[in-house]
Structure formats: C-alpha cells, structure tokens
Design a protein around this ligand. Structure first.
Ligand SMILES: [Zn+2]
Ligand SMILES: [Zn+2]
Length: 339
C-alpha cells in the first residue's frame, strides 16, 4: 500500500528479501564502486553511505532517484558508516537538497574534521601527512605529490553536513527495523556497522570486506594503535550471528565469520613477515618496509595507503615489544628489532 508524505506519493522501492536496495556509485579508484543502501518505511527513506561527490556521482544519483520515483524530500535520514570520502562525501550535498538529518558516530565526525576541516577550521593534513611520511623515510619525489593528492578530496566532501550522533549503545530504527550500531576502528575511527539481530543481517561498511583486506592506516593526530583496535573490532564482530553481510565495496556475502578469520590470519602473518624483515635487515624505515611489502610501482593514492598500512603494522610490532623506534638523525626514524 502506498504512503503519502507532504502530499507526494512515495513509490515503494524494489527492496530485496533483507529490506535493502543496493545502489552502486562509481569510484575513480581501483575499488571501482561504493555500495550505497536504501531502506524504506512509512516515515521515509534512509540512505546509507551516499558516496563521494563528483559530477559523475551527482548525475548517477539524479538518474537513480528519478528511475525509482523518489522525491528528494522522501529521504529523511542519511547514515554514514565512516568519514572516508567514498562514503561520507555526498552527505552534505544530499542534506542541502533533502533537509534530511545526517547521522554518524561522534568519533567518526571528529575524524572527518581532522581530515577535511569543518567547524570553522581548515584541515592541515596536507602538511601533516607529508611531514609524518618524511620522518619515516619517504623520499621527496613522493612527498611533493601528497598535498595535491589530498587536496583533490576536498571537493568530494563539500559541502560538509550538519551531523547528529549515533551512540553505540542506542539501537536505531531504519527501514522499519531495529539495528544495533557496532563501533570499531582501525580502518576508520568511529566506524559503525549496523546489525539486525533477528534476521542476521549486517551492514558492515568497510569494517569487513570480501576479497579485499580493508586498509589499516596510522595517521598523524588520529588513533595511535589502529591495528590493535582493528583486530579487537574484528573479534567483536566475529561474535555476531551474521547470515548476510552487506559491505561498502564488492558484493553481499554470507561467510562473515570465515572472512573475519581470514583477515585476522592475514594481519598475524603480515606482522610476522615484517618482524622477519626487520631482523634480516637490522632495521628499516617505514618507507623501506612499505616498499618491501608493496613494491614501488604504486600511484600516489596507493602509495599513501601502503605507507599508512606499513606504519600501522610497525606501530603494532612496537606495541607488542617486538620492535623499537630509533632516531636515525635529527629528521628521520627507523624501526629495529627489539633486543
Ligand atoms: Zn573506508
Ligand atoms: Zn570505502
């Protein structure tokens, strides 16, 4: 039966058996697309992770809404799993057009401000990140590309939304069902997954992805133990009884706990590999470890994530007492095996 809102008929969306409609929004990166999800109840439509703001994605959304016969005012909530531009980017654009509330965790919003500015402050990440990479041995030919690379993302998150907070302890209603927010970190601070206990459905954002190991980043000014936090979060997600997982990238998948086991194993093996590399070499800068792990044929986008991922693992080895951070000269550090 149709519902009436503001005098406008709201067409019933072609939801799947789990009450979701997945919309693939194009990404200009090897990930190729981000999954947005629409949920619907008599109050309106909830939009999860609208994607980055580009000319292409704006057009995709306009066409998608038209083909689904959605009026903009039918979108009453925009929910964000995390602050990355490929998920958060269009939230402000949609908010301006729909008047919808934008929801995310307080921690994720703090991270959005660190990365993208907002609250009256410009982000200084395009200075902080190259300075941090320089301390860890990255050569100048890479460093000089980082600010311009980061600047490209500011247009993808503009305008910044007005945000309301989702508390982990407060179940939320979306699509007429109650979802439990599960907050994890490591891939992104304050990342929220949404778990529907009765049906065993989880919207897991980038916390768990099929085929891809979510990037774990050590970022200056953010969490200083991202890998430990990520692994802790995986173990908590592992306890849920998930039948169907709807991720931020690639397709829905059923083998949620097996996928988590594989990710836990991957990071354990990677830590052992890096520990072995440090012992063999007697010590490595973060950049040397990054090149040994990922090669040097990367573009600047992949290099930035590879560097942050290598440093996240090195920081975890330090935390575990397997490595030590040593000052090489006034400007540079390296990691050496613990005595
Ligand atoms: Zn992400
Ligand atoms: Zn993503």
């Amino acid at each position: 039966m149709g519902q009436w809102l503001n005098g406008n008929h709201m067409a019933a969306l072609p939801l799947n058996e789990d009450g979701l409609l997945r919309i693939k929004i194009t990404l200009d990166s090897p990930l190729r697309w981000v999954n947005s999800y629409l949920l619907q109840d008599e109050h309106g439509i909830t939009l999860i992770d609208p994607g980055p703001r580009t000319e292409v994605t704006e057009q995709e959304w306009k066409e998608t809404l038209a083909s689904l016969q959605i009026n903009e005012e039918h979108i009453t909530s925009i929910v964000l799993t995390h602050h990355h531009p490929d998920h958060y980017g269009l939230a402000g654009w949609f908010q301006e057009r729909t008047g919808a509330k934008v929801w995310m965790s307080e921690r994720a919003h703090k991270e959005a401000q660190l990365m993208w500015g907002g609250g009256g402050h410009a982000s200084d990440m395009n200075e902080k990140l190259p300075a941090f990479f320089a301390e860890h041995g990255m050569p100048h030919e890479w460093l000089r590309q980082i600010p311009e690379h980061l600047n490209r993302f500011f247009s993808q998150v503009n305008p910044e939304p007005q945000v309301s907070y989702i508390d982990e302890m407060m179940p939320v209603r979306m699509g007429g069902r109650i979802w439990l927010p599960v907050q994890t970190a490591g891939h992104a601070p304050g990342h929220l997954s949404f778990y529907q206990k009765d049906s065993g459905v989880i919207l897991c954002g980038d916390a768990v992805l099929p085929q891809i190991s979510p990037n774990i980043s050590l970022v200056p000014g953010s969490d200083d133990e991202p890998l430990r936090l990520y692994l802790d979060g995986l173990r908590r997600l592992r306890e849920l009884h998930v039948r169907a997982a709807y991720p931020g990238h690639r397709g829905p998948f059923m083998h949620f706990s097996e996928r988590i086991d594989a990710l836990l194993l991957h990071h354990e093996e990677r830590l052992a590999e890096i520990s072995g590399m440090l012992s063999a070499a007697g010590g490595l800068t973060g950049y040397e470890a990054c090149i040994a792990l990922f090669g040097n044929k990367l573009g600047v986008h992949q290099m930035r994530f590879a560097m942050c991922e290598a440093l996240a693992h090195l920081a975890e080895l330090v935390r575990q007492g397997q490595a030590e951070l040593e000052r090489m000269d006034t400007e540079t550090f390296r990691f050496k095996p613990a005595k």
